[in-house]
Design a protein around this ligand. Structure first.
Ligand SMILES: Cc1cc2nc3c(=O)[nH]c(=O)nc-3n(C[C@H](O)[C@H](O)[C@H](O)COP(=O)(O)OP(=O)(O)OC[C@H]3O[C@@H](n4cnc5c(N)ncnc54)[C@H](O)[C@@H]3O)c2cc1C
Length: 490
């Protein structure tokens, strides 16, 4: 099919990174943009759904990193939008650990186990970083074995508790976390951003520069732009593309690249781990769990690590909703995604009966998001492996030809978080503006002479892939910028 449109920039994906990148471009006068989004709404991994008469967050739920020396920009956006949030106090969770017979572990046992687990985790981190004092065997990391040790290990690591690692989010923005509990949803922040540059009416986006239900399948680099082909056979062209799909989607080959992405790029993408994080929502006719201060979170200790371990009651967020949330990760997430919701409900009810006795009422409804099996997500968020170095992160982020990469996975400091996606989008928008400026300057200076010469000297692949990544990847010319390459050729 013939190309329908030619615009300055096509943004693929309307999650927070795509929308924040588009906003930067629009604010800088680049308004002939097109946003292609595979699903039927904006937001991506920020997604609310009505469940049990309230609005629950299937994806991101917390604004993580609040109360520190710098202000988390997403916290600022939430404040400007008047988003309703609740402070999450995890500090008591360790004193609400249930065993399989419904007994709560004494606070001394729980406290000691927690302390040991934190020390062991810190020690492991030091060992991994090769900075440990190997002479002191007493502080070698220990392997969790008992149900309580496994439960604590799970919450420390799969929930990235601030005590263990110097995670930039907590170091820079603070250690407090606030749960978004607003009927308009976390996604309201994206609509507030979008209204600055897209036409909206009654809270709905009615701007034909946003195309929903449009799945991109192929990106072809042209001499002076990118051709984008969608699943329904439409073809669009732009001078540049910003690709904001998740790392899981990049690994899944939903989108093919012509020419193929260079090895340095595909290797970096493959090396990045994808975490799966699933919140299962259960609705009950009445409360049967302890309420009140210090009781929001509770833990189930089981001999299988991560088996329905971490629970939250929604009374703080939505009083009277009678909703419990249990969080599963990785292998357990994939397992429950592949079974029916009814089977998951049976498992969850058995766990709850173990904790609270046989007489508790049956759940009346269940909601199981499937982030792993969603072909537009393929997981919940990126996790750089422990051995990741800055070159790997640079390669994940680096543009290839006229395709710029963004998304939470490109944020070296804040990957995995909403603010990581938001800041990555801003960075990518700015980097692209810079590139456009250099492009314009070059065309003004040399345009008519240079383009044919380039075409004669290098293959098309070299031009698009080499010129734009010459700082790292062009072996041929070892130049530091495009001007350097131009001079080398001339
Ligand atoms: C269950 C869960 C819990 C989380 N909890 C938190 C939390 O509490 N706090 C926090 O800060 N972060 C949390 N996160 C992470 C946070 O949601 C993400 O880091 C952030 O939303 C990612 O934004 P993004 O723009 O990078 O990607 P996305 O939001 O994934 O945006 C990418 C968009 O691209 C679209 N797309 C994919 N393929 C195509 C295609 N072929 N063509 C067109 N469009 C395509 C997708 O539909 C999507 O809309 C959580 C994530 C999940 C899943």
């Amino acid at each position: 099919m013939e190309s329908q449109n030619r615009c300055s920039v096509i943004i693929i994906g309307a999650g927070i990174s795509g929308i924040s990148a588009a906003k930067v471009l629009a604010k800088n006068g680049i308004e002939d943009i097109l946003i292609l989004e595979a699903s039927d709404s904006i937001g991506g991994r920020i997604k609310k759904q009505n469940f049990g008469n309230v609005s629950v967050e299937l994806g991101a739920g917390w604004i993580a990193g609040v109360g520190g020396k710098e202000c988390n920009p997403v916290w600022e956006l939430a404040a400007q939008s008047g988003l309703r949030t609740c402070f999450s106090d995890y500090s008591n969770a360790r004193y609400n650990i249930y065993d399989r017979s419904g007994k709560i572990f004494p606070s001394g046992v729980a406290g000691d186990t927690y302390k040991k687990a934190v020390e062991s985790a810190i020690q492991k981190l030091r060992t991994d970083q090769n900075t440990s004092d190997v002479s002191d065997v007493s502080i070698y990391p220990t392997t969790p074995e008992t149900p309580i040790e496994l439960a604590i290990d799970f919450i420390l690591h799969d929930f990235e508790m601030a005590e263990v690692e110097p995670i930039s989010t907590y170091v820079d923005f603070g250690e407090r976390e606030f749960l978004v509990a607003d009927e308009r949803g976390y996604e309201y922040l994206l609509y507030k951003m979008a209204e600055v540059f897209l036409f909206m009416s009654d809270g709905k986006i009615l701007d034909n520069r946003l195309k929903l239900n449009t799945v991109v399948r192929e990106l072809q680099q042209l001499r002076d732009g990118v051709k984008v082909t969608t699943e329904d056979g439409c073809v669009y062209e732009a001078n540049y593309v910003i690709l904001s799909v998740s790392i899981g989607v990049l690994q899944s080959h939903l989108i093919s690249f012509n020419p193929q992405l260079p090895r340095w790029k595909t290797e970096a993408i493959e090396k990045c781990d994808v975490m799966v994080y699933t919140k299962i929502f259960l609705k009950f006719p009445k409360k049967f769990w302890p309420c009140g201060p210090g009781k929001e979170f509770f833990i189930y200790a089981h001999e299988r690590r991560g088996y329905y371990t971490f629970w939250q009651q929604m009374e703080n967020a939505y009083p009277g909703s009678n909703i419990l949330v249990v969080t599963l990760t990785n292998g357990e997430s994939k397992r429950i995604e592949s079974q029916s919701d009814q089977e998951t409900m049976i498992e969850a009810m058995e766990v709850l009966r173990n904790m609270f006795g046989p007489d508790i009422p049956e759940a009346t409804d269940i909601l199981v998001p499937r982030w792993w099996n969603n072909r537009f997500q393929r997981g919940s968020y990126s996790n750089y492996p422990i051995y990741a170095n800055s070159q790997m992160v640079d390669n994940i982020k680096a543009p290839v030809g006229r395709i710029f990469f963004t998304g939470e996975h490109t944020s070296e400091k804040f990957n995995g978080y909403v603010h990581g996606g938001y800041l990555a989008g801003i960075d990518t928008g700015k980097a692209l503006l810079e590139d456009m400026k250099t492009d314009n300057d070059r065309e003004t200076d040399n345009g008519s002479v240079l383009q044919p010469l380039l075409a004669l000297t290098l293959s098309q692949t070299d031009i698009v892939a080499g010129v734009r990544n010459c700082d790292i990847h062009t072996q041929l010319f070892h130049c530091n910028n495009k001007r350097g390459l131009t001079e080398a050729i001339l």
